[in-house]
Design a protein around this ligand. Structure first.
Ligand code: PLP
Length: 402
């Protein structure tokens, strides 16, 4: 098990801001020194465009880029590296699948199934594709605790459903959905599944073969890597069938004015100069996570979750949103009589960083009939002292505002 206190020393942000209580990790994580160094080293020592040049630097840049693909494939236990497509993040990956997998398949009256706890990024792309194809967007409900209604899910699965897109962990409620069970249920009805692993990838080992998942997406920046990076994993049979996403350089086999033939996967989906530095650095972020161990990270998040829930529940007027039995290190709450933005603003002035608002999940706010919540989300460098400071900070706000 790692020591969060010691780990803080590997994150330069805490040297610059020693009193920082960073509890907005569901939005993005801070970056360890090794990741920052990897990006710097790339630009200082290996920078060139990929796949084109034959000189040494170009070969190095290509090796780093394609090496990162191999690294990502190992991280996910993907059968082949070519099943890993580099994207700019989770949003980009979902859009790619919505446009290139769902769009060509959907007929009027067909359905796409999502859950009521999706981030807007795993909602709007499906909604828009359904609108364009006169298909229906169907939604699996959740209960007051924030747990998916698996009975309703089974009733919603039918041959008209062309894809089920589901988050593994809700970025607002913290609910950990039983994705292995859900994928099996969907497959029994012949429905392919996309898993949004944006919130789970750092604390849950994703074995795409064991899960038999059709598509899996995540963002590099939520797993200690650079912004503007992400992964789409897909089953080979689907990726091969899908048309390209964007058109341009890098993704072709042969071009004339009359006709273009496209490169095989993965390059078919990677038009233009990619985020080479980011992709090269993402491999270092994955090494970092594996060095800590995803099981250890999950255990640490549970410790902080338990401490946070205990601390906050002793504060008068606190309401929690998301109390699922299986829950990750994300606490959404409100305090009677205090607007979430006021709470977050005053805490921010004390260097306690939490997020206020709808967290890109407006339907969750509609379900609870609230405009927003404040959300504290934990990561590897958070300590029990951070939790204490959060509790004290909220109590101070209550004193100021009452
Ligand atoms: N899905 C979930 C569950 C998220 O938490 C987020 C970001 O908060 C996203 C999707 C979108 O990720 P990105 O903005 O990196 O594309």
């Amino acid at each position: 098990m790692f020591s969060p206190q010691q780990l803080r020393q590997s994150f330069p942000v805490f040297q610059h801001f020693p009193n920082l209580v960073y509890l907005d990790n569901a939005s993005t994580t801070q970056k360890p020194q090794v990741v920052i160094e990897a990006e710097r080293e790339y630009y200082e020592q290996h920078n060139a465009n990929v796949h084109r040049g034959i000189y040494r630097l170009a070969a190095e840049a290509t090796a780093l880029y394609e090496g990162s693909r191999e690294r990502c494939a190992r991280f996910l236990n993907a059968p082949q590296a070519k099943q890993v497509i580099f994207t700019s993040g989770t949003t980009d990956g979902v859009n790619l699948v919505a446009q290139c997998f769902a769009f060509p398949r959907l007929e009027p009256g067909d359905q796409v199934l999502i859950s009521a706890m999706e981030h807007h990024s795993n909602l709007i792309p499906w909604q828009q594709v359904c609108l364009a194809k006169k298909a229906e967007l169907k939604v699996i409900p959740f209960n007051q605790q924030g747990e998916l209604d698996l009975q309703a899910l089974q009733e919603l699965l039918n041959p008209k459903v062309k894809i089920l897109a589901l988050t593994h962990i809700s970025n607002t409620l913290g609910t950990i959905n039983p994705i292995a069970e859900i994928i099996a249920l969907a497959h029994a009805q012949g429905v392919p599944v996309l898993v949004d692993a944006a919130q789970s990838i750092s604390s849950h080992q994703m074995d795409v073969q064991a899960l038999d998942v059709d598509f899996l997406v995540f963002s590099g920046h939520k797993i200690f890597g650079p912004t503007g990076t992400g992964i789409l994993y897909g089953k080979e049979k689907w990726l091969k069938e899908m048309p390209p996403y964007r058109f341009g350089g890098e993704m072709i086999r042969d071009v004339t004015f009359a006709k273009t033939t496209f490169a095989p996967i993965p390059h078919k989906f990677e038009a233009g100069t990619p985020n080479i530095a980011g992709v090269a650095t993402l491999a270092t972020a994955l090494d970092f996570v594996e060095s800590l161990g995803q099981n250890n990270i999950a255990a640490h998040l549970q410790t902080l979750l338990a401490a946070g829930m205990e601390k906050l529940s002793s504060i008068p007027g606190v309401q929690f949103y998301g109390e699922a039995a299986q829950k990750s290190g994300i606490i959404s709450f409100t305090i009677d009589g205090i607007h979430p933005h006021d709470l977050a603003t005053i805490l921010g002035q004390q260097d306690i960083c939490i997020r206020a608002g709808h967290h890109c999940t407006q339907p969750i706010m509609d379900f609870y009939e609230i405009p927003g919540t404040v959300r504290a989300s934990f990561s590897v460098y958070n300590t029990l002292e951070d939790v204490t400071k959060l509790g004290e900070g909220v109590n101070n706000v209550l004193k100021v505002m009452s």
